[in-house]
Design a protein around this ligand. Structure first.
Ligand code: GLN
Length: 378
């Protein structure tokens, strides 16, 4: 049988979380919080179920939740998205990304991505016969050299995937990056898929440069967001996509036959919770404290810290500690030291090994302390 993804294995997140569990290691690999969810939010979800919100939601999502999203997008980014036709609730960010790519990419279409890149982009493109055009970012700050990116453009360039704050590196795009992207794609039909799932996790007073802030890009863009990251509930698998009506109509043609609609009580509960909570204000401070705390702890280890401006990931270089390949070194950290991380080579289509590991710091301070105590033995 001809298989469609011969070179694709199991996602690194599944592999490392399983290894962590098997060896009872502290799991700083897959990105998810280990602290409790807000009781008020859980009460809202329970209430929604009790009130009978247990049947299919509208295909595009529960309207009051879409209205909440429209209001938030206008407040943060001064952009108007029509809840009826331009916002769709999805089963997490990954489903939104998968659906946007599926709605437009066909065999031979080229998609530019920036590596290290979140691991779902390339396989989704390949599944459709699309061609991945990776641009390799360079440590330590993983800035995009747009003059060099220009060389990847061809008549077949259909889409560019950007991601800020960036998973796995924690780098962010700045206004000059977006200006360069606008200049490069001006007067083209190139679609932008902007993965902004960490939009509220940004540090040191930096401003998130949502594509929604730039109408000339937004008119060709899908923006992907995540409630899992906002509400510390990654297991609820709920997020959303924003796009102009014409693009969203195509997105929904795929969405309706993939998931049809997302689970109803979560949507109702989240909509009610957001109408009274201060979560958007609290979240940046909460994670700034976590990042600072974790960086201070890691400074007592041998690792060299890379800059982290956003998202809840801290990357470190270990080339001065060991010559082992990152995947082997990550495995050793689990088996011999009891701490699980993500090897960055998993985020490249090429075979590369820059000896960089990613830690997730969306954890209780005590978890971070315990992990670093173990890492100090290195
Ligand atoms: N986004 C999470 C991370 O980067 C993982 C999500 C997943 O496991 N699919 O760790």
């Amino acid at each position: 049988i001809n298989t469609k993804l011969p070179t694709v294995g199991t996602t690194i997140f599944t592999v490392m979380s399983k290894l962590a569990a098997d060896h009872q290691a502290i799991n700083l690999s897959q990105g998810f919080p280990d602290y409790a969810t807000d009781k008020k939010l859980i009460a809202e979800i329970n209430q929604a179920m009790k009130e009978g919100f247990n049947q299919y939601a509208p295909m595009a999502g529960y309207l009051p939740l879409r209205e909440q999203i429209a209001e938030k997008t206008q407040n943060f980014y001064q952009a108007i998205y029509d809840p009826e036709s331009e916002i769709t609730i999805t089963a997490g960010g990954t489903q939104a990304i998968f659906t946007a790519i599926n709605a437009f990419i066909t065999a031979g279409d080229e998609v530019i991505i920036f590596e290290p890149a979140y691991d779902c982009y390339a396989p989704t493109i390949k599944l459709l016969g699309g061609l991945v055009k990776p641009f390799e970012l360079q440590a330590p700050d993983y800035k995009i050299d747009w003059e060099m990116v220009k060389k990847l453009f061809s008549a077949n360039t259909k889409m560019i995937i950007i991601n800020s704050p960036h998973n796995p590196t924690g780098s962010i795009l700045r206004k000059e990056d977006i200006d360069a992207l606008i200049k490069l794609t001006k007067d083209t039909d190139i679609l932008i898929l902007s993965d902004e799932v960490y939009e509220h996790i940004i540090f040191d007073g930096e401003q998130h440069q949502s594509v929604a802030l730039y109408p000339e890009l937004a008119e060709r863009s899908f923006i992907v967001a995540s409630f899992g990251k906002l509400l510390h509930t990654t297991g609820w698998k709920i997020g959303y996509c924003l796009a102009p009506a014409k693009l969203m109509a195509e997105f929904r043609k795929v969405h309706q036959f993939n998931v049809f609609s997302v689970n109803t009580p979560m949507q109702v509960g989240i909509a009610n919770y957001l109408s009274t909570s201060n979560i958007y204000l609290e979240i940046p401070t909460f994670f700034q404290e976590k990042r600072d705390f974790f960086q201070q702890l890691l400074a007592t280890t041998k690792f060299k810290l890379l800059p982290c401006k956003g998202a809840y990931f801290q990357c470190v270089n270990y080339s001065h500690i060991s010559n082992e390949k990152d995947i082997d070194f990550a495995q050793k950290l689990i088996t011999d030291f009891g701490v699980a991380t993500i090897p960055i080579s998993a985020f490249y289509t090429k075979n590369v090994d820059h000896k960089v590991l990613r830690f997730c710091f969306a954890k209780e301070n005590s978890t971070l302390e315990k992990a670093v105590e173990k890492l100090k033995k290195l």
